[in-house]
Design a protein around this ligand. Sequence first.
Ligand SMILES: [Zn+2]
Length: 488
Amino acid sequence: MAALMLATTSAAADDYHMLYTVSMDTAKHYLNVNLTYTGEDEQLKLKMPVWAPGYYSILDFPKHLCDFSATDRKGERLSWHKESKNTWVIDTKGKKTINVSYRIFANERDVASSRVDANVAFIAPNGVFMYKDTDTSHPLTLTYDLPSNWKNISSGLKADTDNPHSFTVPSFDILFDSPFLIGNHYTKSFTHEGHDYEFAIETPQGLEESRFESSFRAIVSTCTDIIGDVPYDNYCLIHLGEGQGGLEHLNSQACYTDGTYEFHDERSRWIKFLSFVAHEYFHLYNVKTIRPIELGPFDYDREAYCPLIWFCEGITCYYETLILERAGLCTEEEKLLLLSNYMRMDERYDGKYHQSLRMASYDIWLNFMNDDANSKDVRINYYFRGPSVGLIMDIEIQRLSNNRHSLDDLMRLLYNRYHKEAGRGFTEEEFWNAVDEVAGASMSHVRDMVDKPGEIDYERYLTPAGIKLDREKWIMTLPKNEETFRGL
Ligand SMILES: [Zn+2]
């Protein structure tokens, strides 16, 4: 009986609806946001995230907000106040339907922020939509009111069948993981191995459609082979114009590009571009589903401190090279050159003597995109040192398990044990226990490489694997006819 009463009370408290409509002011770079809220609250508390998962920096999205107002259904103004930089509290006066409106200045060129231009809008939802209290698991509906000459809405979310401009979103957590590209961009849809894919490209100049599509298909198939599962129904690749950075999502990626797909037959540029695509794609495993426990569910109010981000990013950098080689998109020599580039960037600076990979992960909230004059002297970049440790982890797992296992087995174990079976992330200790388990022996020497600053004795690991390291140029090569470990 008590349980029944609890359920009834809970249902009443949760019984509210949030209906958003968003239009664009393309001349002045604004998103006009309207929320119709229906519920029974004396006070309605609305919150907007201050950061976006995957982009480990407090971006304070509400700084782009202006003209917040709240009215009842008759248009009578309701009073409101702010409780924190990202919390608005509305006195509902007992009214059940509340209209909230505000504008977002959208003129940033980073993948975590929105941008409205004459021809397209990139919507990064964390800085646009508000949720109630802490209830990010609540559903919402969302309708875009497009400029009359705009045609496309591209997203990992699927539009409602009766209205291609409307979306019924299961939760704010899913909304915040689903950017949109809206406007007159290039689109291409296709099916691959039973799943639907869409390319949404803002500046497709020079794009060789079939070459890019076949390369992307090969990347997808290779990743599927590694993990043995595809965790989405559909996937949307959003490529934006000229800019920097990419952001991973569970069934999409949003990346700034060179603003052109003219590679002028420069193979190294083409391979670098594909490695970027593979990196963001593989993140749907490594970080979105194979994830440290701190990285979801998220508290969008504050930092998610995590000592394993080096694994999420650095090992994804290692895999981007493996994926390209296995997909037949680069040679083994080119793969080692890509890895050498990372190693060289790490070795050039003294940061390795002052900061461990573990601490670089934890302190990323201080150091993301930090370009202090001394940053390279005292800090490391997990994008650079991480792939080298990934290579050594792979070699050591293969060596200690007598070639029975490789790093792939660790990824599969983490995916199946924690994502599929437990439905949660793993702790740092669970992670290192899994590493030992796959190797069949202690990998504490590799953990030391992660937890402590200092030099890495590369030759100790590379030489038995047949890899030669030129320390003058920081280039790794794999002389032919040498015995190598599986998977390298
Ligand atoms: Zn990444």
